[in-house]
Design a protein. Structure first.
Length: 375
């Protein structure tokens, strides 16, 4: 065998092993979820320096190495993460903003508006390799107070002329009106535009905070005409909840959970990102569908590309049945169900990796906190 072939064989073997790993269950054989009790852990678990941070609807809490829980911040939030500098970034649902807690305890508002209009209720977040923050902005419950209006059809329509994702009805209508069309299709779309001018839907969207990105010599992004917040148009996503980006920045994953509507989407969606971090049109793929059960909520991805999705319920509602039980659904990169971690009492909300070696999965469910060892 030629020695020059050895590196290629090693690479092929490595890829094969990685593929095998991503298709097997990561749970330690025989391991059962450990219930840490009803400690108010409802959302946003994030691990840092031996402690688990989570939210209870009123505060951000910290569970230390001794297992004792203390209040870290007196403010309601949902999704949490630590950035590369070790600062806590939070989706503050009730305050309708995304913030960062600095090392000295001060609070920096990273984003609270898009084009001058307040967000609905930022829910969950993730970062790409450049440190930019992507977050979801759904609205559960009352629709009162929603401000961000716009794009036509929320993914229902597929329009010609480069308007598969028009920024708003007015832009699309203006574009069509300028065309002296002989096309019946375009005339029909103009009629749709007329009917929709009096009905502009509110957006439940996905956004990217650009400012954390590094610019040459530390120059502020404003010099380069980079807006602080960019809307990411996710075709077909009705109510984005959980969010992930693959380590290579190639894929964006959205937990689409329209769980308060009969027939609403409860799917894990995957989109392809371009080199700028925007979606490539027409790349949506459904990886998993919870159908009429409780849909996907928070989620995480491990180094093998497996996706851990908090979903399901043990208590039926008007809009959700119990066909998918509450727990963590572990999926392969292509969406195959590899394993399931059941939890109680009612529904599963989010998860995070932690522990001394990062091989413990923490799961929030109702007010309970669970953990299970991974291999």
């Amino acid at each position: 065998m030629h020695t020059t072939a050895l590196p290629f064989l090693a690479l092929a073997l490595g890829l094969a092993l990685a593929s095998c790993t991503s298709m097997r269950s990561p749970i330690v054989p025989g391991a059962k979820p450990k219930d840490h009790g009803a400690i108010g852990a409802t959302e946003g678990p994030a691990w840092k320096d031996g402690s688990l941070y989570f939210t209870d609807g009123q505060h951000i809490n910290r569970m230390g190495p001794d297992g004792k829980t203390t209040v870290f911040r007196h403010n309601s939030s949902n999704g949490l993460l630590f950035d590369k500098e070790g600062r806590l970034v939070a989706c503050e649902t009730k305050m309708r903003r995304v913030t960062r807690t600095e090392k000295d305890g001060s609070i920096t508002v990273l984003a609270d508006r898009f084009e001058g209009k307040r967000f609905n209720s930022p829910n969950d977040l993730c970062t790409d390799s450049k440190g930019r923050i992507y977050f979801t902005d759904p609205r559960y419950g009352s629709r009162a107070g929603m401000e961000i209006q716009s794009r036509l059809g929320l993914g229902i329509f597929s329009l010609p002329g480069g308007f598969s994702n028009p920024q708003d009805t007015a832009d699309f209508y203006h574009h069509c009106s300028e065309k002296k069309s002989k096309s019946k299709t375009l005339d029909a779309l103009l009629d749709i535009g007329d009917s929709l001018k009096s009905f502009v839907p509110f957006v439940e969207g996905v956004y990217r905070i650009n400012r954390p990105a590094k610019f040459p010599h530390g120059v502020c992004g404003l010099v380069y005409d980079v807006p602080n917040v960019t809307r990411i148009y996710c075709d077909g996503a009705e109510r984005p909840n959980g969010i992930l980006i693959s380590p290579d920045n190639h894929y964006l994953y959205i937990a689409d959970n329209n769980n308060s509507t009969h027939g609403g989407s409860r799917k894990l969606l995957r989109y392809t990102l371009d080199k700028n971090g925007d979606l490539k049109p027409g790349t949506q793929k459904v990886l998993f569908d919870w159908k009429d059960g409780r849909g996907p909520d928070g989620m995480k991805m491990d180094s093998a590309g497996r996706i851990y999705v908090a979903a399901g319920t043990n208590k039926a509602t008007e809009f959700e049945n119990t066909s998918f039980k509450a727990g963590c659904y572990i999926l392969s990169p292509s969406g195959h169900l590899l394993d399931f971690i059941p939890v109680a009492p009612d529904e599963c909300c989010n998860c995070a990796f932690g522990g001394k070696d990062g091989k413990t999965l923490f799961i929030t469910s109702g007010s309970h906190l669970w953990s299970v060892p991974l291999r």
